[in-house]
Design a protein around this ligand. Sequence first.
Ligand code: ADP
Ligand code: ZN
Length: 595
Amino acid sequence: MVAATLSNAPLDSARHRLRELFGFADFRGVQAQVVARVLAGQSTLAVMPTGAGKSLTYQLPATMLEGTCIVISPLIALMHDQLRAARANGIRAATLTSADTDRETTIAAFRAGELDLLYVAPERASQPHFRDLLTSAPIALFAIDEAHCVSEWGHDFRPDYRLLRPLMDALPDVPRLALTATADAHTRADILAQLGIDAAGIIIAGFDRPNISYAIRPRDGGVRQLAALMAAAPGPGIIYAPTRRKVEELAERLAATTGRSVRPYHAGLDPAVRAGNQAAFVESEDMVMVATVAFGMGIDKPDVRFVAHAGIPKSIESYYQETGRAGRDGDPAQAVLFWSAEDFVRARQRLAEVDDGRVAAERARLDALAGLVETAGCRRAVLLRHFGEAPPDECGNCDNCLEKPAVRDATELARKLLSAVYRTGQSFGFGYVQNVLTGNADERVRQRGHDALGVFGIVDSGEAPLLRPVSRALQARGTLVATQHGGLALGGNARAVLKGEETVEIVIPPASRKRRGAVANPVGDPLFDALRELRRKLAQDGGVPPYVIFHDATLREIAAARPASPAALARVPGVGAKKLEAYGAELLDAVRQYG
Ligand code: ADP
Ligand code: ZN
C-alpha cells in the first residue's frame, strides 16, 4: 500500500534531510515515491513534467547513500547549472567534462569518497579509463537525466546514450534512475528496455502545470500583441519565433517599442554572442529572449514568467515542452500562443515534403494542434487528454475558462466561402474571394467576369466580418488549402461541407481579454523590495543568478513572516542550513531595518 511505503523509516530520514539541505517542508507529487525506490536500491524510470523537481530525487539520496551518484547529463551547460544549484545547497558535487581544467582534483575527490554527485557526459561512458575509475570507489546510483535521449522514438536521440547500458551492466548492484519530462508510451517502453529497468519500476507524474495560465489568440499585429504581453509581465520571458530572420526582426522591434532588455537567440548567431545572450538571460530578472526552438533544453532557469509563441509550434508535444519552460519555480506564469491561418497553411504545405510513411502521422499532429487552437473549451483539458489523462472539464486558469468565447454555427457562411473559392477557379487569395462574396466589383473582379457569378454579393454586411474568422478556421482544419501561388483551394472535408453533410462551428474570441497580472509578488512592500535588492547583491558577489540564492517565493515568505531570529528564519521554506549560514545575518538585518 502506498501509505505504508510513504511512512517508512528511510523516507522519514529523507524528509528530515530535505528540510535540512533544501529547506523544503515536504516532498512534492511523486518525489517521495521515487526517492523511496532509490533508497531501497530499486531501479526506476521517473516521468515527471518540467518543474516537478526531478533533480532532487537523486541529489537528496546521493547525500544519504554510501558512495557517489553518477549523473549522466547531455549538455555541459545543463551540468553547470545543476552543479551550481547543488553546491549552493551544500551538496558535494563536481563535473567531469572535456571543458573542466580541474579533472585531477575531481578524480582524487571521487576516489577519496568525498563526492555526493559526479556529473558526466554520456560519451565518457565508453572510455576505458572511466570504467576503471568507477571500480575504484563505491557508486551509490546511476542517474540518467533526459533519458528519452536513449530512444530513437524520443525527440532528441543521442547515440552516446546507448553506451550507458554496458557501463551500468558492469556494476549490476548499483540502482539506476532514469529521468525524463516527455515520453509517450512508446518511448517509455524503449527507455526501460535500453537502460535495463524493470517495467514495474516506472513512475509517472501528472502532466498538469497548474501555475501556468494558457492563452491562445489569433495573431493581429504581432509586435503590438507581444509588447502588450511584455508590459503585463515584467519578469523574464521567452518568445519563440519560427525563423532566424523573424527572431532578429522581433528582437529589434520589441527592444525599440518596449524599452525592455530583449536579445535574440538562434543557431545562426556567432557562438560567442549566443552563449553571451544565454548567460545574460539566465542571470537576468527581466530580460526577454526572442529565440528559435534551438533555445531550450540547456536552459534551467526557474523564474521564467512567460513563454510566448509568435507562430504555431510543431505539435502539441513541442507546445507542452516549450511552454513548460515557464514557471518552474511554481509561481504564476503565462503561456500565450499567437497563431494565424498562414501558419497552418504553410505547415500543411510542408507535408508534401514529408516521406509517404510519415504523412498520416504528421497530418494527425497538425490536426491535434488545430484542435487545441480552435477549441472553445478548456485548453488545459485538451493538453492533458492528449497525454492520456482524464482532467476536469474546466481548469479556471486558461483563456477559455476565464472568459467563455462565443461559438457560432457558421456552416452556411462556410458553404458560401467554399463555393466562391470553387466558382472562381481555386486560384485566388482571400481578399479577392471576399470581394466577390461581398459584391465589391473592383477592376480585377470585373475583368474576369466574376461579378456575373451566382456567388457575387451573397454575403451581406452583417455577415462579412465573420468571413475572415471562418476562413481562418477552415484553413486551420485543412478544409481550405493553399495553392502553389498562394491562392485558396478546396481540401480535406470541403466537399462534405458543401454538400451539407458536415457542419462548421467557429469560435469567436471575446473582444477584450481580461488582463491578469502573472506575478504574485507584493507591490510596494519595502521589505520585499529590500530583500530583492539584497539578493541581487549576493548574486553578484557570488557570481550566480539570483534564483540560485533564493526564489521569489522564499523572499515573499520572509517578507510575510518577518523572522527575528536565525531559528525563525530557518523555518521559512527554501532556507536550508547552508543558506542560513551564508545569508542569514544579512537577511535578518534587512528584516530589522525594513520590516
Ligand atoms: P525539473 O528538473 O523536474 O524541471 P527541478 O529539479 O529544476 O525540476 O525543480 C524545479 C524547482 O522546484 C526547483 O527550483 C526546485 O528547487 C523546486 N523544488 C523541487 N522540489 C521541491 C519541493 N519538494 N518543495 C519545494 N520546491 C521544490
Ligand atoms: Zn481551462
